[in-house]
Design a protein around this ligand. Structure first.
Ligand code: ADE
Length: 423
């Protein structure tokens, strides 16, 4: 296979056939996306669009890319995290699926941004981002391209926060649909996807028994709720830390102990950050941790753990297994950092299972179709996924699960619409 014939930059094009098998395997669990792909192939609603996508390069993402290509779009893909790429999938996308892909697992910072720039060189008309690195690069370094962009989508909580900050600054120059805000995205992907895949990453990296461990979940948003519930299911003694009083009450009523991080630091065996915020595991917390404590992150960026302080404090450090770094502190105490503090579910495991990504990426596909049709009526700024799309995804998913539900009778509809009947 010659490199010249295939556009993109991947680890090894010879991995393409293995990647295709994985992509087809994931597709079995993505019936909603598949049905959209079949309709797109017939209707070609994305014809004429050039999509620059910056997403985790996984088998699930590959099926999204196939769907956009089927819809008539020209698609270029780069990684949204240096450690989340599945190299065989990246090769398969470039070789078999007409989607030039720029992503290599473990790429350094310079290569990561080089890949974002390569995708932007395609002169996109639409962006599809996960974490907002592509959109911020476009607005900072490629302003010459902005006039040609009709809109974009953003996948994740952290990216939506960044896009809203850009919009508040008047910096965002086109409409962006916030996929994360669809119910059929965050209720399932963030909760059940992150819940399962985070524990999968920790277990694959360390093979620790979670039963009986004190697991500290830092942040009780949708991701934290999922992680805590799955850790409890493994038999862990789960402790939650929060800064939001309402979420803290919810954690207590869900059956967890809630305490400040200053207390939890000396109690926990395993620490998992899912806050989207900076240095929630800070130097003073690491100084209080037990010998052998394991710390990891499942939030979007690798700044939730103060790794520079950990490195500065450590007298030595070594890799003990893939994605497992042991730091020795003064006095001989050891702290174990997983996956360089990057998303542990994608670094050491395979990210969320296909069945939940089915709904997230159905929202992505249908929102792109919506943008293609409606962009002229949308202001620059952050927009919600139309309720009709969210509900359609739910209906389709439920049908593929073989589950039917009740409908309101005409009498009940009238009752709900009236104020006349009461006590
Ligand atoms: N984010 C979390 N899990 C993912 C997956 N499997 N594919 C793409 N993005 C993800």
């Amino acid at each position: 296979m010659s490199r010249v014939a295939v556009k993109g930059d991947v680890k090894d094009l010879a991995l393409a056939d293995a990647g295709r098998l994985r992509i087809e395997w994931a597709d079995r669990e993505m019936p909603v996306l598949r049905s959209i792909r079949e309709r797109f192939a017939a209707e070609r609603p994305l014809a004429g669009l050039r999509v620059a996508a910056c997403l985790h390069v996984t088998s699930e993402t590959a099926n999204l890319m196939r769907t956009l290509v089927a819809g008539g779009a020209e698609v270029y893909l780069c990684a949204s995290n240096p450690l989340s790429t599945q190299d065989d999938v990246a090769a398969a996308l470039s070789v078999h699926y007409d989607c030039p892909t720029y992503a290599i697992k473990g790429e350094d910072h310079e290569t990561y941004y080089g890949h974002i720039r390569a995708v932007l060189d395609s002169k996109p008309t639409v962006t599809m981002d996960d974490g907002a690195d592509l959109v911020t690069e476009l607005h900072r370094a490629r302003t010459d391209l902005l006039a040609g962009v009709i809109g974009g989508t953003e996948e994740t909580t952290t990216g939506v926060i960044r896009m809203k900050a850009m919009a508040a600054d008047g910096a965002l120059k086109y409409p962006v649909v916030a996929i994360n805000e669809a119910d059929t995205k965050h209720l399932f992907d963030n909760r059940y996807g992150t819940g399962q895949s985070t524990l999968d990453g920790i277990i694959r990296a360390t093979n620790v028994l979670l039963a009986g461990k004190k697991v500290v979940v830092i942040g009780y948003g949708w991701c934290g709720r999922g992680v805590a519930s799955r850790a409890k299911g493994h038999g862990a003694d789960v402790i939650v830390t929060e800064i939001d009083a309402t979420k803290a009450i919810e954690a207590v009523l869900d059956g967890y102990r809630v305490m400040p991080m200053s207390e939890a630091a000396s109690v926990g065996d395993v620490f998992i950050t899912v806050t989207g915020n900076l240095h929630v595991i800070a130097q003073e917390h690491m100084l209080a941790m037990k010998d052998g404590a394991i710390v990891c992150n499942s939030g979007h960026f690798n700044d939730e753990i103060d790794i520079p302080s950990l490195e500065a404090m450590a007298t030595s450090h070594r890799t003990v297994r893939p994605f497992v770094e042991e730091y020795v502190l003064a006095g001989g105490r050891r702290l174990v950092l997983l996956g360089e503090g990057r998303l542990i579910n994608l670094a050491a495991a395979e990210g969320h299972p296909a069945s939940v990504m089915d709904m997230s990426f159905a929202n992505q596909s249908l929102s792109l179709e919506y943008l293609a049709r409606e962009h002229a009526n949308l202001d620059a700024g952050v927009h919600v996924v139309p309720k009709s799309i969210d509900q359609e995804v739910a209906r389709l998913k439920l049908a593929t699960m073989g589950i039917t539900i009740d409908t309101l009778t005409p009498e009940q509809e009238t009752y709900l619409a009236s104020w006349q009947s009461g006590t």
